[in-house]
Ligand binder design. Structure first.
Ligand code: ATP
Ligand code: MG
Length: 227
């Protein structure tokens, strides 16, 4: 389960303060998928980063899979991510020095993943990038890098998946593949927070959250009813 209680995030730049999120509260029950939408700059990536423990809230509480993320030290947050909270970054964050396969295998250096190489190769094949396993990110297209980043996130079968625009660079066919994969993770019990501008029809999210200038401007259940 993911829960935000009155979460605010301010970035300070010299004398200027940017309020990226203001008093955001919501919850995503275990095994549900929430779709997070909002204009560019509305705070989506900030929210994902806070949820992953990659940044700290200025105020409020964040609970992810039973972990009080807002109150945890950096090392505890890193352990939480390694043990079951995966992030698909908007800008991929693949290691430029490793091949696609090595990047996908990275989580298995930190936690035990049974048959890691077979699982990595299977994910890569499902995502249609088998022909690039020996390539480094600089030798791959943005869409290929994006699919590698997703394969890496899914390698250790995370319980919570935070996916920031995982279809942003993909054609319709690859985007469908990615969304189908997230759907099967949900069917297997994962809790998912998905940032996307155009996924509502294909993924049938359990709930939709809309951010407007850092505030939650709307929350809807699957049937369109307000939450
Ligand atoms: N490190 C930072 N320092 C100062 N301001 C920041 C920082 N990171 C983000 N912001 C500001 O916070 C706001 C929210 O940014 P965020 O990246 O969360 O938006 P977003 O909804 O993910 O946008 P996009 O759809 O373009 O990815 C923006 O106005 C941005 O300029
Ligand atoms: Mg973003």
């Amino acid at each position: 389960m993911i829960q935000f209680k009155n979460v605010s995030k301010e970035y300070k730049r010299g004398r200027e303060t940017v309020c990226a999120l203001t008093e955001v509260s919501f919850q995503v029950p275990k095994g549900n998928m929430a779709l997070l939408c909002g204009a560019s700059g509305s705070g989506k990536t900030t929210l994902i980063n806070l949820c992953a423990g990659l940044a700290s809230p200025s105020n409020g509480e964040i609970h992810v899979g039973g972990n009080p993320v807002h109150a945890m030290r950096q090392a505890e947050r890193a352990a939480m991510r390694a043990q079951g909270v995966a992030v698909v970054f908007q800008l991929f964050h693949l290691s430029p020095y490793l091949t696609a396969l090595e990047n996908v295998l990275l989580p298995s250096l930190v936690v035990s993943v049974p048959d890691a190489k077979e699982r990595a190769l299977q994910l890569i094949e499902q995502l249609g990038v088998t022909h690039r396993i020996g390539h480094r990110p600089g030798e791959m297209s943005a869409g290929e890098r994006q699919r590698c980043a997703l394969a890496r996130a899914l390698l250790a079968q995370p319980k919570v998946i935070l996916a920031d625009e995982p279809t942003g660079n993909l054609d319709d066919e690859s985007a469908t593949l990615v969304l189908e994969m997230l759907n099967s993770c949900r069917a297997a019990g994962a809790t998912i927070l998905l940032v996307s501008h155009h996924a509502a029809e294909s993924v049938k999210p359990d709930m939709v959250f809309r951010l407007q200038k850092g505030r939650l401007a709307g929350m809807q259940a699957k049937n369109g009813a307000p939450l």
